[in-house]
Design a protein around this ligand. Structure first.
Ligand code: FE2
Length: 435
């Protein structure tokens, strides 16, 4: 007898959709087979009823140390990144280990309920006492049976521009972060910005860690640290172990420079993370009209062969007051914000919160629906990724390492319409658009 059997799930591969049975034992996918009338005995059976099966959602960029602090001690009234940083620096002295741990775990439970089982969180290390870092290192252990949590040492107030910034970054590496961060556009001078990238690369290489830099999160067309980061990634051979997050200045680059930049980024093999919810709200705040979007050139970078993922970034914190830790909402907003609306492009937005985000985290064989891999997945009552994004479908079942951890029943609306019997409305489309 096996531990868990999933019957009749809709699996979409390069060969198209098919109905499959999934055999799971000891937390691992044992078999993925065409659905059968004679399945093996199982301790638990989930009837997928034709629901789409997908590898879990992946959050490539969030700030769990700041989450759920919106309005503490005051609200960000201007809506700028800069007032957000000021609010956060006022909140930071109030941080305690339990405060950070409880808020982070609350939001990780929201993530799990929404089917997100891999999360990369930045944690501010520009704090003499590294309170948030120690709290999140503890959280990483506490949640590891359910969620894989990667921690990025994020120097919110700079590496070169903050007292002992370099030492704090190194100390964070020593304490066990997974990824080294940077924030070159925030440093006092351009030279400090370039040097901060070199410091980050040096620490990452000495500790064998990845890099994920907040890069050019500003509406300044002169902010061009991504060319520095990509070139370092290329020349050191770190390549796909490097990620540039936000890259909002790209929304202001001229066409000639954008053309040159696409070649540099594609050659380097780095990942980009665009955070559409938050940067649509934060950017363009100093513009009158026309007002810029301030987002990564997602469509163009994808066309150039660059791996791009969508992140949530903030959830109820000084930079963004909304959010429910739902990656489908992020992908839905991203489709609009980056004008990815052709049917195949909408499907690509789904990949940007699943496969492409997984590649950003470097999950490798630890991710995906295949024999021998960890049995973590979601069932989505939908026909395909396009359908998931359009109707913003929530997973009916979330399974982590073979254990069912979340269920969400369907919630249809009953409509009474003139000339018709009362009927359930689920907003399902009546014909396939794209697989
Ligand atoms: Fe961020």
């Amino acid at each position: 007898m096996i531990d868990l059997l999933v019957r009749g799930a809709r699996l979409i591969t390069a060969d198209g959709p098919s109905l499959v049975d999934i055999h799971i034992d000891e937390g691992t996918f044992r078999a993925v087979l065409p659905t059968s009338d004679q399945p093996p005995e199982a301790a638990t059976v989930i009837d997928a009823n034709g629901a789409l099966i997908s590898a879990p959602f992946v959050e490539p960029h969030v700030h769990l140390d700041a989450t759920l602090t919106a309005g503490e001690p005051r609200w960000n009234e201007s809506g700028t990144l800069w007032e957000g940083i000021a609010c956060w620096s006022e909140r930071k002295p109030m941080l305690t280990r339990n405060d950070v741990r409880d808020r982070a775990e609350e939001v990780l439970r929201w993530y799990a309920a929404n089917g997100t089982l891999h999360v990369r969180s930045h944690v501010d290390i520009t704090d003499e006492n590294l309170v948030a870092l120690d709290a999140l290192l503890e959280v990483r252990e506490r949640v590891r049976d359910v969620i894989t949590l990667q921690l990025v040492a994020f120097p919110q107030e700079g590496i070169c521009s903050f007292p002992r910034g370099e030492e704090l970054l190194e100390e964070a590496a020593r304490r066990g972060v997974d990824v080294i961060g940077a924030i070159p556009h925030f440093e006092d001078t351009r030279e400090d910005g370039v040097r901060s990238i070199d410091v980050a690369v040096d620490v990452a290489q000495r500790y064998g860690l990845r890099i994920d830099a907040h890069c050019d999160e500003i509406d300044d067309e002169q902010s061009r640290f991504i060319e520095v980061l990509a070139t370092r990634a290329h020349r050191t051979g770190m390549r796909e172990r490097v990620t540039a997050s936000h890259t909002t200045a790209m929304g202001s680059y001229n066409a000639a420079y954008s053309y040159k930049l696409r070649r540099i980024v594609a050659r380097a093999g780095i990942n980009l993370v665009c955070n559409p919810l938050v940067n649509l709200h934060l950017q363009g705040r100093f513009d009158s009209y026309p007002k810029r979007r301030g987002l990564t050139q997602v469509k163009e970078m994808l066309a150039a062969g660059v791996n791009v993922a969508f992140g949530h970034d903030d959830i109820m914190d000084p930079w963004y007051p909304l959010g429910t830790a739902n990656p489908v909402q992020v992908a839905h907003a991203g489709a609009h914000a980056t004008q990815l609306m052709a049917p195949t492009e909408v499907a690509e937005c789904f990949r940007m919160v699943t496969d492409r985000a997984a590649a950003t985290l470097g999950l490798g064989d630890g991710y995906g629906i295949d024999t021998g891999r960890p049995a973590s997945f979601v069932l989505l009552p939908a026909t395909d990724p396009f359908d998931v994004i359009r109707r913003q479908v929530r997973p009916s079942h979330v399974v982590s390492h073979g254990a069912l951890i979340a269920t969400t029943p369907a919630a249809p609306t009953t409509l009474t319409w003139p000339g018709r019997d009362a009927e359930e409305v689920d907003f399902q489309r009546r014909r396939d658009v794209v697989l």
